[in-house]
Design a protein around this ligand. Structure first.
Ligand code: URA
Length: 202
């Protein structure tokens, strides 16, 4: 199966994910699940938290205000959205933009794991503390996990195993969520500076 076909399977499974506590809210509001967007051959994969209203209405990740800032950050290091892959841990919008619950993260994370298997990125960039927590624990970095205020902008080397149990090295980069920077100039500068760490992977 091609990467495209495998990603389509992820998409079909998400559309049919009635098990999710967010499924009814999605369908009642005619929202879409947000699968992800970008290159299936990307070496850098960005993982946000969960779709907001704009994302749920369009089915596209990071297409609101935080997404605009993410695009600017990408441009600041010479990248464009089509060269990377952008997704979230939780693929449906939680009501009122509340934080995803641990149960929702547990339910949706296997979809993210499948996307990592398909894309096989060299770098996974976590945006915000929820994706940081999940990704670091998932890839055996529990001992390095700390408050995001302490480890933002850092890189962690680890490995993941593909379906054939073959190990792949991967670097995890932990960044603040771009939404955190929208109304905080200091945080904007921090995020811009932290983004520079990605230059060496381009
Ligand atoms: N915030 C996220 O974490 N993901 C999106 O797709 C949009 C906003």
């Amino acid at each position: 199966m091609t990467k495209h076909d495998r990603m389509k399977e992820v998409r079909d499974d998400l559309f049919a994910f009635e098990l999710s506590p967010l499924y009814e809210y999605r369908t009642a509001n005619k929202f879409f699940p947000v699968i992800g967007e970008g290159s299936h051959d990307a070496s850098i994969m960005f993982v946000g938290e969960a779709p907001g209203l704009n994302e749920a209405k369009t089915g596209r990740p990071f297409c609101g205000a935080a997404g605009k800032f993410l695009s600017l950050l990408l441009e600041s290091i010479g990248l464009t959205r089509d060269k990377v892959y952008i997704t979230n841990i939780v693929k449906d919008r939680p009501p009122e933009n509340r934080d995803p619950t641990p149960q929702e993260i547990a339910l949706y994370s296997p979809f993210l794991d499948r996307q990592v298997q398909i894309i096989q990125p060299k770098v996974i960039v976590t945006l915000g503390r929820h994706s940081m927590g999940y990704v670091m624990r998932r890839y055996d970095l529990d001992l390095e996990l700390d408050a995001i205020s302490k480890i933002h902008g850092k890189t962690f080397e680890t490995i993941y195993f593909d379906e054939n149990n073959q190990p792949h090295p991967v670097t995890i980069v932990t960044l603040y969520h771009p939404a955190a920077a929208l109304y905080n100039g200091g945080m904007r500068d921090t995020l811009k500076k932290d983004f520079e760490v990605l230059k060496k992977f381009i």
